[in-house]
Design a protein around this ligand. Structure first.
Ligand code: ATP
Length: 256
């Protein structure tokens, strides 16, 4: 069953066509790579799925319901409550807070109140302890238990990237969208990231959409790869099929 169905999505910014009639779907529980040269429309697609941009035309269905372009769309501010989470190209952690506090902050999206004000409320101590326990379990799953009570400032970049993943997991995602998670990582950190992504997919029942320029990572962990070029989908299929597709080689993989 498809968790996400993207139907004929187009996005125009004035005269610029960022996406043109793009259609693809993502099977529940799978990892789907979304690749393409710079300016192909990958980030725009992320922004449409996460309801930051409205598409000019087209529709998206998520988990059997309308996400956008239907009769009962998900309001942008409720996107995390339906189970859609993303990480960003640039880190968005609070340097002065501890690792576990950063991860606990990921839970505020699922409560109606403000997480930080609830942290100050003595009446919420039990809830706070439960959140801390859940955050610690997630950190342990990601091999981060040893840094749980350290400040984020000064930790290695690869560790910070994993902390972002941990924070996203606190929201109970169904669909996790990763925006270039390998950027800035060393070779061995990319290998670790590959294992972590596959582990959390299984352990947390995730479906993952991965935008990434690191071809080794995309091709090794994705069940399906969708290729964009100048806003159009030029190929989709198994990594091995996409790698051999002449249009993809010309547009992207063969680029100097
Ligand atoms: P990269 O790999 O460099 O991040 P991308 O595949 O993510 O590229 P997008 O950032 O989605 O590509 O950009 C697609 C096209 O839309 C580009 O021509 C870009 O300049 C344009 N674009 C994106 N966002 C906007 C915007 N807010 N206003 C105007 N044009 C935009």
């Amino acid at each position: 069953m498809a968790l996400l169905e993207v139907n004929d999505i187009s996005v125009r910014f004035g005269g610029i066509v960022a996406l043109s009639d793009v259609t693809f779907d993502i099977e529940e529980g799978s990892i789907c790579g979304l690749i393409g040269p710079n300016g192909a429309g990958k980030t725009t697609m992320f922004n449409v799925i996460s309801r930051i941009y409205d598409p000019t035309t087209g529709s998206i269905r998520f988990n059997g319901g309308d996400l956008v372009g239907g009769s009962s769309d998900v309001a942008p501010h409720l996107i995390s409550q339906v189970g859609i989470f993303r990480t960003f190209q640039n880190l968005a952690l609070w340097d002065r807070m501890s690792v576990i506090e950063n991860v606990m902050a990921g839970a505020h999206v699922r409560s109606k109140g403000n997480f930080f004000s609830s942290m100050l409320n003595i009446g919420r101590k039990k809830e706070e302890a439960e959140l801390a326990s859940q955050a610690f379990t997630i950190l342990a799953d990601l091999d981060l238990a040893g840094v749980a009570f350290q400040q984020c400032a000064g930790l290695p970049y690869g560790t910070l990237k994993r902390i972002e993943l941990a924070r996203a997991l606190m929201g109970n995602p169904k669909l996790l969208m990763l925006d270039e998670p390998a950027t800035g990582l060393t070779h061995s950190e990319v290998d670790e990231l590959s294992l972590v992504i596959q582990k959390i997919r299984t352990d947390y029942d995730l479906t993952i959409l991965l935008v990434e320029h690191h071809m080794g990572l995309v091709m090794s962990i994705s069940e399906k790869v969708v290729v964009l070029d100048f806003g159009k989908k030029i190929a989709q299929g198994l990594p091995s099929e996409v790698q051999e597709n002449p249009a993809v080689i010309e547009a992207y993989l063969g680029a100097p």
